[in-house]
Design a protein around this ligand. Structure first.
Ligand SMILES: NC(=O)c1ccc[n+]([C@@H]2O[C@H](COP(=O)([O-])OP(=O)(O)OC[C@H]3O[C@@H](n4cnc5c(N)ncnc54)[C@H](O)[C@@H]3O)[C@@H](O)[C@H]2O)c1
Length: 388
């Protein structure tokens, strides 16, 4: 036996010294659950605004979280109420009107509000909740414009309540592992960072009309990811975009976008966003550094490989964001609970949200005017730890 010489000691020797790799977050979650660390969290009483595509995901996570009690739901479409009530049970009260929300917001037991209504409604609802003294989680983007975003965060600061922005990709185990390795310098100076985000399924045209456009609806995720991974802000962006889908051209939006970003340290960024990918929700990242190259690929619902005489196949990549980012949405809500309880710092601050909004504006301006757009940064605009 040629390999007999490689025999090692019994795995029972030093058994207790062996532990799991830090990347196995699910195993860590299991340990936290059995040790009681999860159930020891203080319960946060919450209200959810809007139960559509994003709100539906959060509704499931709010109901499943052992330290969240969902006391209220606010949903303007009454046709959804019966279904919502059946998911939440009788312990949750449903409201549909702004005048009733006043009564709800005066409930001292209510700690936090989760905002998943369309983007154009965010500012008013966020301000209402903050001014009532509630912590707020808002789906991205916080506001439709940099000014709206600023007003929301200034109010959060004034009333001393956290405003948490739902950039769930930061909680994706693969992206966050890559970010931490890049920030530790393991890949050296990054030469190129490239992200691809292709939407699936095609959203309704009604949604697209109120989405805020592909830059603020979709590309904001990539902008946050690239600046967060690098810890750097671009000095120039240049976009080429078109609308091959006639209905999208009619509403003056784009469905194919490529933005290049020039970072002051010499790193080049490439963001490719598409509104429709027929083969599934395509979300990838590649970071090419002097010392290493890191890739985040698409996951699939199962790992079966079907081999035949003509080749091999597998099931399609995840269909859309609820399945692709299932873990990330749960992890960000868990983080929000810790922020509300004061056991974790707010991970995404005003400066993170506002730089993303400013870069998205510049990328859109470049597409519309057909020229590169320069970006300059005041010291006061730069998030802590970011370079520009
Ligand atoms: N982070 C992500 O991956 C992600 C994914 C999808 C959407 N979003 C964000 O979530 C927000 C909502 O998008 P969506 O796709 O879920 O929209 P949607 O249209 O599917 O759902 C919005 C829901 O809010 C309800 N609503 C509208 N106005 C309301 C009001 N004033 N009060 C109470 N309910 C109201 C609607 O009836 C609907 O049920 C947007 O800001 C979007 O950018 C984020």
């Amino acid at each position: 036996m040629a390999t007999a010489g490689f025999k090692t000691e019994s795995p029972f020797v030093k058994r207790d010294e062996r532990t799991h790799d830090a990347s196995d977050l699910k195993y860590q979650k299991f340990l936290d659950t059995v040790s009681g660390a999860v159930s020891n969290k203080k319960t946060v009483v919450m209200a959810l605004f809007g139960v559509g595509r994003a709100g539906g995901i959060h509704l499931g996570n709010l109901m499943a979280h052992s330290s969240i009690r969902l006391k209220y739901v606010v949903e303007s479409d009454q046709r959804k109420w019966k279904q919502i009530q059946s998911v939440c049970g009788d312990g949750t009260k449903i409201y549909g009107h702004a005048d009733q929300v006043k009564e709800m917001l005066s409930d001292p037991e209510l700690n936090a509000c989760v905002i998943c209504t369309p983007t154009f409604t965010h500012k008013d609802i966020i301000l209402q909740c903050l001014e009532a003294g509630k912590a707020v989680f808002s789906e991205k983007p916080i506001g439709e414009t940099p000014e709206d975003t600023k007003v929301c965060y200034m109010t959060a600061e004034k009333v001393n309540r956290p405003l948490f922005c739902g950039f769930q990709r930061r909680f994706d185990p693969t992206f966050s592992d890559i970010q931490s390795r890049v920030r530790k310098g393991e890949a050296g100076h990054i030469q190129i960072i490239k992200s691809i985000s292709r939407d699936s399924p095609l959203p309704s045209i009604e949604y697209l009309k109120i989405s805020g456009g592909i830059f603020h609806d979709c590309m904001v995720h990539d902008i946050d990811m690239q600046t967060w991974v690098l810890g750097e802000l671009p000095s120039q962006v240049h976009t080429m975009a078109n609308a091959q889908i006639p209905e999208i051209a009619e509403i003056d939006d784009y469905d194919n976008v490529v933005t290049t970003l020039k970072f002051p340290s010499g790193t080049l960024g490439i963001i490719n966003v598409n509104r429709f990918a027929a083969y599934g929700y395509d979300q990838r990242l590649e970071v090419f550094g002097m010392k290493a190259m890191y890739e985040a690929d698409n996951g699939r619902p199962n790992t079966a490989v079907y081999s035949t005489s003509t080749g091999a196949s597998s099931v399609p990549i995840y269909h859309s964001f609820p399945s692709r980012y299932e873990e990330s949405y749960a992890a960000e809500m868990d983080c929000f609970v810790d922020v509300v309880n004061g056991t974790k710092e707010l991970p995404i601050t005003y400066l993170h949200s506002s730089v993303v909004s400013k870069i998205a504006d510049a990328a859109e301006k470049s597409a519309r005017e057909g020229v590169p757009v320069d970006l300059t940064w005041e010291k006061s605009e730069v998030p802590q730890g970011y370079y520009c």
